[in-house]
Design a protein around this ligand. Structure first.
Ligand code: AMP
Length: 190
């Protein structure tokens, strides 16, 4: 089972992905986590992406596609992947489909966490101080939302056309969102 958790920044994708890792035979593939690890390690890649990420802009498709490709064997061995924060552009979505097809796999399900942007902004505003992420500030968060609406939201019709899109109310509490995701996975043979 390969699942994409889809939604704007701070919609709860990471929280739900971690829960699924604990409960199902799947690994979490978060390009954001991989990029933060690259920055923390002081690698060339980390230095290249640090400024882009702190401003809330997207890094290139090539960078994240390569990061994901390197982890696909591990995902297969685990029984599947939860893609968290990837793909974020149509180019990434097509590259992912091609990479999976080349390995005889596919995306099975795309869960979209539906959130209200105004409520989302209010929800995250109080958490900026404690997050520790350089992109968790009002200016960068706004830019992350802009990038989501401009580059990532257009993926919804792409997956809808493939009949893979399931919508879940991301404004509900964590347990209710988790139950809705579980129900979607169960009805798709996950
Ligand atoms: P996230 O942890 O998913 O919110 O990602 C944090 C930041 O990492 C984003 O704002 C982007 O700068 C970068 N990033 C993560 N995933 C991607 C992706 N799939 N495509 C482009 N940039 C990404």
């Amino acid at each position: 089972m390969n699942l994409i958790l889809f939604g704007p920044p701070a919609a709860g994708k990471g929280t739900q992905a971690k829960r699924l890792v604990d409960n199902r035979r799947m690994i979490q593939l978060s390009t954001g986590d991989m990029l933060r690890a690259a920055i923390a390690s002081g690698s060339d890649l980390g230095r290249r992406v640090e400024g882009i990420m702190s401003r809330g802009e997207l890094v290139t498709d090539e960078i994240v596609v390569n990061l994901i490709e390197a982890r696909l064997p591990e995902a297969e061995a685990a029984g599947g992947a939860i893609f968290d924060g990837f793909p974020r552009t149509l180019g990434q979505a097509r590259a992912l489909d091609d990479m999976l097809a080349g390995r005889g796999r596919k995306i099975d399900l795309v869960v979209r966490l539906d959130v209200d942007e105004v409520a989302l902004k209010a929800r995250v505003a109080g958490r900026f101080a404690e997050s520790g992420r350089p992109d968790d500030n009002p200016v960068s968060f706004e830019q992350r939302l802009v990038a989501y609406n401009r580059d990532t939201a257009p993926l919804l019709p792409y997956y809808e056309a493939q009949g893979k899109l399931v919508r879940v109310d991301g404004m509900a509490n964590v347990e209710a969102v988790a139950s809705a995701i579980d129900a979607a996975l169960d009805s798709h043979g996950g």
